[in-house]
Design a binder for this molecule. Structure first.
Ligand code: 13P
Ligand code: ZN
Length: 271
């Protein structure tokens, strides 16, 4: 059996959480990541018959029975994942009852998965129906995106339109747009259900006055989606209060989308 500390998926989690912390997106225990792993890749490092303990997940995830995820721990700081992944991360498998997580590795101090597991697993279920290759769900508190939710209407079309207008590449990176939820209590099934409902249409979901969720095939793709929204939100917060002399017009957004052959939310433009 290979040493799990050499596993590429573990180093991806360590590098990504460290990067996000350095960007200032994940203060204290802010943010969480879940990454679906192939059974065969995990079996190279762990005995899959050895369950350390079981933890109820508080909802039913029948489509995910047998699926294995590496997930950040609740209350754990992204800052500390790199130096102590075995305490701050866990590898869980959804048990046959669909309501229990089997801990295969990690949460060494007796901890458990993120309090946002409902939003993560429900989003995985929603995205897998749209794209069987979806693997990653990422939640974080990027500063400018969060600032923008204080001053901008929380509406899918209006929020997406403003972000698309900020830089030319936005419509190319997320032609499917951004879903936006109002402020809600976090860490429960209700916000999980609302997030997953948005994930039927979007790979990005903003939580008003809280943060953002992204979903994608790889860690890079998912991080890149959120990074691009955050860049646009930074621009918005720099310019929103200034007189606007230039902007990308809707027919120009169409031209970009068509030049790249994209299927995009035409109904989000005012044509
Ligand atoms: P956890 O520490 O439970 O992952 O929660 C952090 C967070 O960002 C809540 O939305
Ligand atoms: Zn959060």
């Amino acid at each position: 059996m290979k040493d799990i500390f050499t596993a590429p998926f573990l180093s991806e989690m360590r590098k990504t959480t460290a990067n996000m912390y350095r960007l200032g997106w994940d203060e204290r225990n802010g943010g969480n990541i879940s990454y679906m792993l192939e059974e065969s890749e995990v079996a190279e490092y762990l005995d899959l018959t050895r369950v350390i303990r079981t933890i109820p997940i508080g909802f039913s995830a029948p489509e995910l029975i047998g699926k294995i995820f590496i997930v950040t721990g609740t209350g754990k700081y992204f800052k500390n994942v790199e130096s102590d992944p075995e305490t701050n991360l866990g590898i869980i498998r959804i048990a046959d009852d669909a309501c229990t997580a089997e801990l295969l590795w990690g949460y060494r101090d007796g901890g458990k998965f993120t309090s946002e597991l409902p939003a993560h697993l429900m989003s995985h279920m929603a995205r897998l129906k749209k794209d069987p290759e979806n693997r990653v769900v990422m939640h974080t508190h990027p500063t400018a995106t969060l600032a923008m939710t204080h001053v901008h209407e929380l509406d899918d079309k209006k929020f997406t339109h403003t972000i698309w207008e900020m830089c030319t590449e936005c419509i190319v990176v997320f032609p499917d747009g951004i879903g936006v939820l109002p402020w809600m209590v976090c860490g429960n099934n209700e916000i999980g259900i609302a997030t997953a409902e948005k994930m039927n249409d979007y790979r990005l979901v903003v939580w008003g006055l809280h943060g953002i969720y992204g979903a994608g095939k790889t860690m890079d793709e998912t991080f890149g989606l959120i990074e691009t929204v955050e860049k646009a939100a930074q621009l918005y917060m720099m310019i929103a209060h200034l007189p606007h002399k230039n902007t990308i017009l809707d027919h120009e957004l169409v031209a970009v989308a068509e030049a790249f052959g994209l299927t995009y939310r035409k109904d989000f433009l005012n044509l």
